[in-house]
Design a protein around this ligand. Structure first.
Ligand SMILES: [Mg+2]
Length: 177
């Protein structure tokens, strides 16, 4: 049976958005993120990061640097939380459906991990996250921890102050709490 997932934006959603981050020492997880993700996991959601990393395509950092930042994030989150991570390294001028607001990474994850998009959610701090979630057939939650104030809130099924608030909403909706 296909599993529901929560797709997670990275910068401004799980950790501070410090611009083009190349150094793992600069990773700052938001408080409460690991606990909130554990609650989703325990309720049966797969957890998948989907992140645009145009800094690679723009030449600000390398794939290896991205990987080292990701490794630090996983270390801070703790073991056994993430099911998968998808990143889009392309420059924004490159035509690709993988880059959010395209739904490419979500669809790829759904195909590779047997995910039920209609029971899934996308959580992010930008317009592009909301649109990608909706385009994939999932529902979208906006968090205000990043640059979310700039997003069109009508594209969000719920506006949450932070990730823990978003998780509360999703679990209430799914009847899991
Ligand atoms: Mg973001």
């Amino acid at each position: 049976m296909k599993q529901p997932a929560v797709f997670l934006d990275r910068d401004g959603t799980l950790m501070e958005d410090v611009g083009y981050i190349a150094d793992p020492a600069h990773v700052r997880l938001y408080p409460g993120v690991s606990v909130a993700l554990r609650r989703l996991k325990d309720a049966g959601f797969r957890l998948v990061i989907v992140t645009n990393q145009s800094g690679i395509g723009r030449g600000h950092f390398t794939v290896e640097q991205y990987e080292s930042v990701h490794a630090r994030l996983v270390e801070l989150l703790g073991p056994g939380l993430l099911d998968a991570t998808y990143f889009c390294p392309e420059h924004p001028d490159t035509a690709t459906a993988r880059r959010k607001p395209g739904a490419g990474m979500l669809r790829e994850a759904a195909a590779e991990h047997g995910l039920d998009l209609s029971r899934s959610w996308m959580i992010g701090d930008r317009e592009g996250d909301l649109l990608a979630g909706r385009a994939a057939g999932a529902r979208a939650v906006l968090v205000l921890t990043g640059i979310g104030a700039e997003a069109e809130q009508r594209n969000a099924h719920f506006v949450a102050k932070d990730l823990a608030d978003a998780v509360d909403f999703i679990l209430r909706d799914s009847g899991a709490s």
